[in-house]
Design a protein around this ligand. Structure first.
Ligand code: UD1
Length: 417
């Protein structure tokens, strides 16, 4: 089994190019189902979740080809509305194909999506919102069957700004008859990316206020070419790496505007952050000071996806912090592995109390999910001796090559097969 080996103790130094965004690419790939022609997606990250989405698209008749950093997605023909359970249960984002398939075929058969094991991940909001557009769902032996004789615009007020549910409604509404008003939408940058892509292909989506979208259904979408933006979570992970291990790192293509809360937190802790048009520079010389509190929040708050990497930074910072996870209830599981390496994290429900600084010691640890796995690699960077991170397949879901990237920053890191 592949494992990542790290010999800790080297500060990070240099420049790393931030890959395309996973969470922007996946819904846009789903959106391609709505285009009866070829879409070119540039800067599409070469990660296993994107591969999984390609497989699902191929199973419904879409042709997908990779050409360098671009994906060519030809949805001239969609000949099945049955999503393949095997791939769907591997990846949470497969659920956003529901809206796209309904828009294209007026029918879809899906299964409860998989994804990272980070707590309860129901899809009730997706289902209820799509019902407002005229979709009927029933549980059949094959899976959850959704069908709509006619998709019609409607008013939808999301009870929580769920990223996936917002994306699903947008995808179902762009080709629906009439207009749709959605309130309570997620504000994450990936929503804007999806809307920009769809508008570029001929959709009519307007932002009418904070969290409010107005969508005028159109007859047809057209072929287009779109460049996926850089991944704010990958940028944030490497930034956390520099905060944890120390050093001087330039995150090329990182978008400071999307990382504001994270950059503010890093500055408050004592890091020097310089933002430029072409990226973000982070410098950590001396010891950082832990803030009293951090709470994960929906955008623009502190991202839940960077909570586990932050635990590693806190283990290297002076003082105590109360970190509260408010989005996913199972996301503090990585604390146990970090404690095995010497961190002092006490978890009670959705709260983690951390105390630092602690000298971490390398050992064998197991990634259990994507961001927690990346956090273990960061812990290895600041641990004494050798760390082996097993189950790297979880990390490969979202990072093109974390080993290549960290090695380019001077880390002593490799792969043991
Ligand atoms: C997306 C991101 C993920 C990120 C998360 C929050 C993708 C591919 N994934 O996930 O990386 O961590 O946003 O920023 O973009 N919920 C319900 N019912 C529903 C839907 C969601 O109760 O029908 C709850 C979830 O259990 C969770 C919260 O809402 O507690 C947030 O989920 P959501 O915003 O939907 O996250 P995802 O779209 O799954």
């Amino acid at each position: 089994m592949d494992c990542i080996q790290i010999r800790g103790g080297t500060p990070l130094k240099g420049e790393v190019l931030i890959q395309g965004s996973k969470n922007a690419a996946l819904p846009i790939m789903a959106a391609c189902v709505l285009v009866p022609g070829i879409t070119v997606l540039k800067n599409c990250p070469d990660i296993s979740d994107v591969d999984c989405m390609c497989r699902i698209l191929q199973c419904v008749g879409v042709k997908v080809k990779r050409q360098d950093d671009a994906l060519l997605i030809d949805a001239s023909k969609v000949d099945s509305w049955r999503l393949p359970e095997e791939y769907e249960t591997r990846m949470r984002s497969s659920v956003i194909l529901a809206g796209a398939m309904l828009g294209r075929c007026r029918k879809v058969c899906l299964h409860h999506p998989g994804g990272c094991v980070i707590g309860d991940r129901p899809i009730d909001m997706h289902i209820r919102a799509l019902e407002r557009l005229g979709v009927c769902f029933e549980q059949t032996q094959e899976g959850i069957l959704g069908s709509a004789a006619r998709l019609a615009g409607g008013r939808i007020d999301l009870p929580f700004p769920s990223v996936g549910a917002t994306e699903n409604v947008i995808l179902a509404a762009v080709l629906a008859k009439g207009c749709t008003r959605i309130t309570g939408c997620a504000l994450e940058p990936e929503i804007a990316a999806l809307c920009n892509f769809l508008n570029g292909a001929g959709a009519r989506i307007k932002e009418t206020g904070r969290g409010c979208l107005f969508i005028e259904g159109v007859e047809r979408l057209r072929e287009s070419c779109y460049r996926v933006e850089s991944d704010r979570i990958v940028a944030g992970t490497y930034l956390m790496g520099a905060l944890a291990a120390g050093g001087d790192v330039f995150l090329r293509n990182a978008q400071a505007g999307q990382l504001e809360c994270v950059l503010q937190t890093a500055r408050r802790m004592g890091a020097v952050i310089r933002t430029e048009k072409s990226g973000v520079r982070v410098v950590r010389g001396g010891r950082l000071t832990a803030p009293e509190r951090i709470r994960t929040e929906v955008y623009p708050g502190f991202p839940t996806d960077l909570q586990s990497p932050m635990l590693v930074v806190l283990s290297q910072s002076q003082g105590e912090c109360l970190l509260t996870e408010t989005i996913f209830n199972g996301r503090l599981a990585v604390a146990e592995q970090l404690n095995r390496m010497g961190a002092r994290i006490v978890v009670e429900g959705c709260n983690a109390r951390t105390k630092g600084p602690r000298q971490l010691t390398g050992c064998c640890v197991h990634a259990g999910e994507l961001r927690g796995g990346a956090a273990l690699v960061l812990a290895g960077l600041c641990a004494q001796g050798n760390t082996e991170v097993y189950h790297r397949c979880f990390i490969d879901r979202g990072y093109e090559d974390i080993v290549r990237d960290l090695r380019s920053l001077g880390a002593d890191i490799g792969v043991k097969t």
